[in-house]
Ligand binder design. Structure first.
Ligand SMILES: [Zn+2]
Length: 199
């Protein structure tokens, strides 16, 4: 095999989560020993660890690992970054897109690093508002740019599957600082660019 990707999980945590999930299945009226559910507690334990791995990742390490001195001052935009997170109120997924822009002030970072920073904070228990500002703060701290803008559009399963059962509502959150805050023209240019479709 030329390529092999290995996932590793903490054994003790996985075992303990597995026991807890088996009990939860029981309390929900299921039989954790029936065939289809035999491996479910272990799968849940691993899936939840995967989806909360962001607690162990450091966004500054990621951004700084590809930080380069560069004398440009044009807006850098990465739009439509896929995002999957979990609301901290119901542990149900919310998912959508993040759009990020910054105006360099002597330094740039790898474009893929911006997408990875989204995952660092998305793979935790979140509220969309905090996710938005945490991404902004990480870019601000690493690159000290002239301005940062983050917009997130997401659908929340806790609103779609339960509660008000609104299937088509999209929640939009935004955070701006520096030039994006002070200068309407720059902010509008960003908003126009993220809403336009590439032809
Ligand atoms: Zn929720």
């Amino acid at each position: 095999m030329a390529y092999h990707k290995e996932e590793t999980f903490d054994k003790d945590i996985t075992e303990s989560l597995k026991d807890n999930y088996a009990r939860i299945l029981e309390q929900l009226g299921e039989d954790p020993n029936r065939e289809g559910l035999l491996k479910t507690p272990e799968r849940m334990a691993k899936a939840m660890q995967f989806m909360t791995q962001g607690y162990e990742l450091n966004s500054l390490d990621i951004l700084n690992s590809a930080k380069f001195e560069e004398n440009v001052s044009e807006m850098v935009i990465v739009k439509d970054i896929e995002l999957y997170s979990m609301c901290e109120h119901h542990l149900l997924p919310f998912f959508g897109k993040a759009h990020i822009a910054y105006i360099p002030n002597g330094y740039i970072t790898g474009l893929s690093k911006l997408a990875r920073v989204v995952d660092v904070y998305a793979r935790r228990l979140q509220v969309q508002e905090r996710l938005t500002t945490q991404i902004l703060a990480a870019i601000r701290e690493s690159l000290n740019p002239l301005g940062v803008a983050v917009v997130i559009e997401a659908k929340h399963l806790c609103m779609m599957m339960r509660g008000v059962q609104k299937q088509n509502s999209v929640t939009t959150t935004s955070a701006f600082d520096g030039i994006f805050l002070k200068n309407n023209v720059t902010r509008n240019e960003f908003l126009k660019l993220i809403s336009s479709k590439l032809s």
